[in-house]
Design a binder for this molecule. Structure first.
Ligand SMILES: NC(=O)c1ccc[n+]([C@@H]2O[C@H](COP(=O)([O-])OP(=O)(O)OC[C@H]3O[C@@H](n4cnc5c(N)ncnc54)[C@H](O)[C@@H]3O)[C@@H](O)[C@H]2O)c1
Ligand SMILES: O=c1ccn([C@@H]2O[C@H](COP(=O)(O)OP(=O)(O)O[C@H]3O[C@H](CO)[C@@H](O)[C@H](O)[C@H]3O)[C@@H](O)[C@H]2O)c(=O)[nH]1
Length: 457
C-alpha cells in the first residue's frame, strides 16, 4: 500500500504545523486536518491563522487548496483515510485518580472510538500526541473491540518541535522517531510512515524502535531538557550569592562536548504546555510501577522550577524595601518563550499572580500573548492592566520585569523608559537579555538572574 490520504485529528499547535509541512513536502498525498473546534478550523482556513509561528503562513499558503484541507467533518474524512494521525491534547488530569499528575487520555480514547466507528478499510493509526508509555496497548484494545471489521496497526511517532521554531524544526528535524510492533505487520506499517518522512528527511535521521521505546523516549527527552534548565537555575541562585556569573558558568561547562552548550540559559523558570505535564506524567508512571526513588528524582525538576519562579518574586519584593503594595510593576513579556503567543504554564502567570497577592499594580505587555493573558489573569482586573505599547506599560512604573526574551525588549529605548519611571527605578531581568552595565549607567538598579546586582542604593 502506498499512502494517498492522511487525516490528522487535532488542529492545534502540533497537528496544524506538522501536517501542513507533511502536505508541503508530499504534494502527492492528500492531507486533511480535522478538529471539533469550528472556530479553530475557520481560522486555519482564513488569512489569520489560529497560532503565531514564524514561517507557518507561507507553508499553509503553499499547500492549502492544493493537497491540504482543514475540516470539521471528522467522520467523513476518517472514512477516506489510509493513515490517521491522532494529535489531540493530553493535558494533566484535573479530577479523579491521578489528578494533578497523570495524563488525561479522554480525548485520545474518544478518537479511537471515532476511528473504529468510521473506518472503511484497514488503517494505520499514528500516535502523534505525547502519551504515557504503553498507551498503544489501550488503543489497540479499543480499536479492535466488539464487531470491528478492520485491522488497525498502531505506530508511535512523537513530535519534538518546539514552539517559536516549529517550522524549522519540522523542515530539518534532529530525528524523526517511529515506534511500532516488531512483527511483519508492524514493520510494514513503520515502513509506510518512514516513506512519508523520507520525502524530506534524510534516512539516517529516521529512527525506528519498538512501540514502547518510542512512547517513553518522548517523555524522557522533555524530562532531560527540563532537567537542564532546572539544573542551571539551581546554580543561578548560588551565583547570586558568590559573585559568580551564571552566563560564564554556562559557557564554561557547555564547551565540554559531553555536556553541550544548549538549554543552559538560566531564567525565571521554564514554561510551556509540555515540560511540566510530561514530567508529572513520568513521575506518575514511575509511582505506578512502585519506583518511588525514581519518581522523587524527576519530581525535583518541577519543584526547582516552582522555586525559581517564587524566588524571582521574593527577590523583587525584598529588593523594593519589602513592599510593592500600590507600586506599579511593568511586566515585559507574558508568553512562555519568545516567538510564540502561547502562554500555557508561562512563568509570567505565576509571577503576576504573586505580585497581585502583594497588591502591586501590574501592567503587562507582550507583542503576541495579550489575548491569552486576558483569560489567564481573569479575576485580577483590580490589579492588572494589559498594555500593548511597552513604553506605556513602563510609564510611571517603579520596576520593570523582563519575563520573555522577545528581541524587541533588547532594543527598547531604555533612557526613555528610565526617564518616565518613578525613582528609584528597578529592573529585574528574568531572561538576562539586556545590557546590564548600560542600564545601570542610565540610572537603573539592575537585578539579573544568576549574577551580581548593579545597584546605586
Ligand atoms: N505544543 C507543543 O509544542 C507540542 C510539541 C510536541 C508534542 N506536543 C503534544 O501534542 C499533543 C497536542 O498538543 P497541542 O499543543 O497541539 O494541543 P492543542 O490543544 O493546541 O490542540 C489539540 C486539538 O485537538 C482537538 N481535539 C481534542 N479532542 C478532539 C476530538 N475528539 N476530535 C477532534 N479534535 C479534537 C482540540 O479541539 C484542539 O484543537 C499533546 O499530546 C502535546 O503534549 C505538543
Ligand atoms: O536554556 C533554556 C531553554 C529553555 N528555557 C525555557 O524552557 C521552556 C521550554 O522551551 P522550549 O523547549 O524551547 O519550548 P517548547 O515549545 O516547550 O518545546 C519543548 O516541549 C515540546 C513539547 O513536548 C517538545 O516537542 C520540544 O522538543 C521541547 O523543547 C521555555 O519557557 C523556555 O524559555 C529556559 O529557561 N532556558
Amino acid at each position: 500500500m502506498s499512502i494517498k490520504n492522511i487525516v490528522c485529528i487535532g488542529a492545534g499547535y502540533v497537528g496544524g504545523p506538522t501536517m501542513s509541512v507533511v502536505a508541503q513536502k508530499c504534494p502527492h498525498i492528500n492531507v486533511t486536518i480535522v478538529d471539533l473546534n469550528q472556530a479553530r478550523i475557520d481560522a486555519w482556513n482564513s488569512d489569520s491563522l489560529p497560532i503565531y509561528e514564524p514561517g507557518l503562513e507561507a507553508v499553509v499558503q503553499e499547500a492549502r487548496g492544493r493537497n491540504l484541507t482543514f475540516s470539521t467533518d471528522i467522520e467523513g474524512n476518517i472514512a477516506k483515510a489510509d493513515m490517521v494521525f491522532v494529535s489531540v491534547n493530553t493535558p494533566t488530569k484535573t479530577f479523579g485518580k491521578g489528578a494533578g499528575v497523570a495524563a488525561n487520555l479522554e480525548f485520545i480514547e474518544k478518537c479511537a472510538r471515532t476511528i473504529r466507528a468510521n473506518a472503511s478499510k484497514d488503517l494505520i493509526v499514528v500516535e502523534k500526541s505525547t502519551l504515557p508509555v504503553r498507551t498503544a496497548e489501550t488503543l489497540e484494545k479499543i480499536l479492535h473491540a466488539g464487531d470491528s471489521k478492520y485491522h488497525f496497526e498502531i505506530l508511535s511517532n512523537p513530535e519534538f518541535l518546539a514552539e517559536g521554531t516549529a517550522i524549522t524544526d519540522l523542515h530539518d528535524p534532529d530525528r524523526v522517531l517511529i515506534g511500532g510492533r516488531q512483527n511483519d505487520l508492524g514493520k510494514a506499517a513503520i515502513q509506510e510512515l518512514v516513506d512519508v518522512y523520507a520525502n524530506w528527511v534524510p534516512n539516517e535521521r529516521i529512527l525506528t524502535t519498538n512501540t514502547w521505546s518510542s512512547e517513553l523516549s518522548k517523555l524522557v527527552a522533555n524530562a532531560f531538557l527540563a532537567q537542564r534548565v532546572s539544573s542551571i537555575n539551581a546554580i543561578s541562585s548560588l551565583c547570586e550569592s558568590t559573585e559568580a556569573d551564571v552566563g560564564e558558568v554556562s559557557r564554561a561547562i557547555g564547551m565540554d562536548s559531553r555536556i553541550g552548550s544548549k538549554f543552559l540559559k538560566a531564567s525565571v523558570g521554564f514554561g510551556g504546555s509540555c515540560f511540566k505535564k510530561d514530567i508529572l506524567n513520568l513521575v506518575y508512571i514511575c509511582r505506578t510501577y512502585g519506583l518511588t526513588a525514581e519518581a522523587d528524582y524527576w519530581e525535583q525538576v518541577i519543584l526547582m522550577n516552582d522555586h525559581q519562579q517564587s524566588r524571582f518574586v521574593d527577590k523583587l519584593v525584598g529588593t523594593m524595601f519589602n513592599t510593592v503594595s500600590d507600586k506599579k510593576i511593568a511586566v515585559l513579556g507574558f508568553a512562555f518563550k519568545a516567538d510564540t503567543g502561547d502562554t500555557r504554564e508561562s512563568p509570567a502567570i505565576h509571577v503576576v499572580q504573586e505580585l497581585c497577592e502583594e497588591h502591586a499594580r501590574v501592567s503587562v505587555s507582550d507583542p503576541q500573548a495579550l489575548g491569552y493573558a486576558k483569560t489567564d489573569l481573569a479575576g485580577l482586573e483590580e490589579f492588572v492592566t494589559l498594555e500593548e505599547d511597552p513604553y506605556k506599560a513602563c510609564e510611571g512604573a517603579d520596576a520593570v520585569c523582563i519575563l520573555t526574551e522577545w528581541e524587541l525588549y533588547k532594543d527598547l529605548d531604555y533612557k526613555r523608559i528610565f526617564d518616565s519611571m518613578n525613582k528609584p527605578a528597578f529592573l529585574f531581568d528574568g531572561r538576562n537579555i539586556v545590557n546590564h552595565q548600560e542600564l545601570y549607567d542610565l540610572g537603573f538598579n539592575v537585578y539579573p538572574i544568576g549574577k551580581g546586582e548593579l545597584s546605586h542604593l
